[in-house]
Unconditional design. Structure first.
Length: 127
């Protein structure tokens, strides 16, 4: 998948064009946190929905396994894949963002910081 395809997927999740998904199921997947066990690295609760991560309103969203930027709204949904594959959508701004790399960095903290910085730049954009 290309980053553009992933960003487009999150546009679809936010907007549900043409009723692609059942609206009740989609709303449940975007809002119903099923568990919030902490991730192993940052020990921050991960607001896991049905296949997505909800940013949440506890002020820890930029540390959460979703690689959200500081400016993302609490309603942002996304997921961080293996080694800096990032995708999210923010329904407050209408912005979706994706970053994909085919390289691995041995320093996972550096890799994570890069992702959060990129997400922060994207989340702070004004349309």
């Amino acid at each position: 998948m290309r980053a553009a395809d992933l960003a487009r997927f999150y546009q679809g999740v936010m907007r549900n064009p043409g009723g692609l998904w059942d609206a009740d199921v989609l709303d449940d997947a975007k809002t119903n946190v099923r568990c919030n066990f902490p991730d192993n690295l940052m020990q921050v609760p991960v607001n896991r929905t049905l296949g997505l991560v909800l940013a949440g309103d506890d002020g820890q969203h930029f540390m959460r396994y979703g690689s959200f930027g500081v400016a993302n709204s609490p309603r942002s949904i996304g997921h961080a894949g293996a080694h800096m594959q990032i995708g999210w959508g923010d329904p407050e701004t209408g912005i979706s963002f994706a970053y994909c790399t085919n390289g691995l960095d041995a320093d996972v903290m550096k890799e994570g910081a890069r992702g959060v910085n990129l997400s922060g730049i994207a989340a702070a954009l004004e349309l």
